[in-house]
Design a binder for this molecule. Structure first.
Ligand code: FAD
Length: 440
């Protein structure tokens, strides 16, 4: 069986679900230990509360369930050192590459920041610069539209799972993502919308996407269910699959870690999975597609990551993190290549299309500020940032060039961790269906 419909494939060969599952078996435990046990990857800083939805008034769609809430870290002391030093490193200064082995050692004399990161902090630690979005990025800066730099959150203490967030508010977001930001809006709706045009802030910026390119082929290229026909251009299909795959991964997690309201137990819910995924095999395929895309981006960073040192305040843990990252990229960089980014954005209209693609993706990120459930917003923001990073690495990043800014690794690796977990959960659900346990 092919993981990807051959007519929609972006890889040279037809990769089977089994072969992707086999790769996942090799890296699943590594990824879980990286994202759960390492301080470097298990904390995330973001603007969770003080950014307004830039597109509509979302006050009425807030989720009041306790499961929607997020515990943030209030005290500086509970934040791993590397992230505290990040705050301090906002001072202008060069980035260095070779940290001292032992962070307790004295800083080298030629330390570029002259100790400004604080005593005992290697100046060449990998630092996540989250305010460096530029025109070539697929993300929006976390401080866009807000005053502060945000809150620190432990991802382990706030797992992605069922929250009860549903209904109109949640649908409005998914609708906006699919109907406004995808290349796939049916022509009749576009027509209606033009006559009822409401200013939508940032969304307007990308509604220019109704460019000639699309109009030419649109009528013939949409099926009644909004999915593209095979003649839809490759890049548009990729965009759609990416969004649908992300949605499918979120749905898998909420069905996997579901609250049984009768018993109060958190457990997998077969019916939930059946309705949202099992009965829609294309959504599962899109999830595998995302796995291939993000894995390829991480593989592309292999060389770059070899020279990284992850420094928190615990050298033994940092050593483990480095070893695990090396193992991870070694597995992912092995042939065959399961996603071939080189065939995208190649024809004459490529540059405009790429910009369009990038702008739309940024809008999907902005839509995350409209999500009315804190925990869903946390994971939605992290994952859009992770996919945005993957796209940047695939389409803008030159692996042969030294001195490129490091990408947003925390979001990228956690996003891969999430899809890896989704694939494993989907497989368990599938096996339970095969064994006839539908009613479990
Ligand atoms: P929805 O999942 O809301 O889907 C709406 C419609 O989209 C469906 O009717 C279907 O036509 C279409 N659709 C569904 N899946 C796909 C797909 N994969 N590809 C293409 N089309 C599709 N809830 C939680 O419990 N925990 C969370 O962590 C969580 N995170 C969220 C993050 C974001 C960014 C958003 C917007 C919502 C989140 N939610 C979360 C809510 C959750 O996604 C659903 O919206 C909610 O459970 C209601 O589900 P539903 O069955 O009405 O369909």
């Amino acid at each position: 069986k092919c993981a990807f419909d051959p007519s929609a494939t972006v890889s040279d060969t037809c990769i089977s679900y089994e072969s992707i599952n086999a790769i996942n078996d090799e890296i699943y435990t590594l990824l879980q230990s990286l994202t759960i046990e390492s301080d470097f990857f298990s904390y995330y800083r973001l603007n969770l509360f003080n950014k307004e939805c830039p597109f509509w008034n979302d006050e009425s769609s807030m989720c009041g369930n306790i499961a929607c809430s997020v515990n943030t870290i209030e005290s500086e002391e509970d934040i791993p050192l590397v992230w505290r030093s990040e705050e301090l490193s906002k001072l202008e200064g060069p980035k260095a590459n070779h940290p001292p082995r032992d962070l307790r050692e004295k800083l080298p004399k030629e330390s570029p920041l002259q100790g400004k990161l604080g005593a005992g902090v290697g100046e060449s630690c990998v630092i996540e610069y989250d305010d460096e979005c530029d025109d070539m990025d697929y993300c929006v800066p976390e401080d866009e539209g807000s005053t502060g730099k945000g809150d620190y959150v432990s991802l382990v203490d706030n797992p992605e799972r069922f929250t009860g967030y549903a209904g109109e508010g949640a649908h409005q977001i998914w609708n906006a993502i699919y109907k406004e930001n995808c290349f796939l809006k049916p022509i009749e709706e576009e027509f209606q919308e033009q006559s009822l045009h409401v200013p939508l802030g940032g969304l307007e910026a990308v509604s220019d996407f109704r460019n000639v390119l699309q109009k030419e082929s649109r009528k013939e290229s949409l099926r009644p269910d909004g999915l593209p026909f095979d003649n839809e251009c490759l890049e548009k299909r990729v965009f759609h699959r990416l969004i649908s795959g992300m949605h499918a991964s979120i749905s898998t997690h909420l069905c996997w870690d579901y609250l049984n309201q009768t018993t109060g137990q958190w457990q997998p819910n077969m019916q939930c999975y059946k309705e949202r995924l099992h009965d829609h095999p294309e959504r599962i395929s899109n999830m595998y597609f995302n796995y291939a895309l993000v894995s390829r981006a991480v593989a592309k960073l292999r060389k770059h990551l070899k020279s990284y040192t992850f420094c928190t305040s615990d050298p033994a843990q940092d050593f483990d993190t480095k070893q695990r990252m090396n193992q991870l990229t070694d597995v992912l960089a092995r042939p065959p290549k399961i996603f071939n980014e080189e065939i995208m954005f190649q024809d004459a209209a490529a540059q405009g299309l790429k910009e369009d693609f990038r702008n739309r993706f940024r809008n999907v990120s902005r839509l995350m500020d409209c999500v009315g459930c804190d925990k869903c917003r946390l994971w939605g923001k992290l994952q859009t940032s992770g996919y945005g990073t993957a796209l940047k690495v695939l389409f803008e990043y030159d692996e042969t060039k030294n001195g490129e800014n490091p990408p947003y690794l925390v979001a990228l690796i956690n996003t891969l961790g999430r899809i890896s977990h989704s694939l494993a959960a989907a497989r368990s659900f599938h096996e339970a269906f095969e064994a006839g346990h539908e009613h479990a």
